[in-house]
Design a protein around this ligand. Structure first.
Ligand SMILES: [Zn+2]
Length: 139
C-alpha cells in the first residue's frame, strides 16, 4: 500500500499581548502566516479592533482575570472583555466562535509574522455574512 503523504500543518508559535496598563496579559499561538479580520460592526468600528481568531487551545490568559470586565449587547452572545483599569479590549469571546477567542492584533507585543493578510468583514450586516467567518477558526 502506498504511504499517504502526511498533511503538513503549519508550525505555530506563542506570542504575547495584553492591555495598555499591563493588568491583563495573554499568550496566543498562531502560525507564521495569519489572517486578520477588519470588521465594520457597531463596536469594532468604534474600537478599531483587528481580529485574530483562534481556538481555545491556542489562547492562555497569563494574568488579569480579576481586572477583566465584560460588556454585552444585542444577542449577548459575544462577551466583550476589557481591562477595568485602562479600558483596553485586548481579546474577547466572539459571537462567531463562542468556543474560541478573538485577539486584538493591535494588542500583541512586538511580534514577527511571515505574512499578515487582512480581510474586511461586513459586520454591520452580521446575520447575512456570519458564514464568512466560520472558516477562520485557527488552522
Ligand atoms: Zn489595563
Amino acid at each position: 500500500m502506498a504511504r499517504q503523504p502526511k498533511k503538513q500543518r503549519p508550525e505555530k508559535h506563542w506570542h504575547r499581548g495584553g492591555c495598555h496598563c499591563g493588568a491583563v496579559a495573554f499568550e496566543v499561538r498562531t502560525a507564521d502566516e495569519i489572517e486578520l479580520v477588519d470588521c465594520n460592526c457597531s463596536i469594532c468600528r468604534k474600537t478599531g479592533y483587528l481580529h485574530l481568531i483562534v481556538g481555545d487551545k491556542d489562547f492562555r490568559l497569563v494574568r488579569g482575570q480579576d481586572a477583566l470586565a465584560a460588556y454585552t449587547f444585542n444577542t449577548g452572545a459575544a462577551k466583550h472583555l476589557f481591562c477595568s483599569v485602562c479600558g483596553i479590549k485586548s481579546f474577547y469571546i466572539p459571537r462567531s466562535h463562542p468556543d474560541g477567542y478573538s485577539i486584538n492584533f493591535r494588542c500583541l507585543d512586538a511580534s514577527e509574522f511571515k505574512s499578515v493578510v487582512t480581510t474586511e468583514f461586513d459586520g454591520s450586516h452580521w446575520e447575512q455574512n456570519a458564514g464568512d467567518l466560520a472558516a477562520l477558526e485557527s488552522n
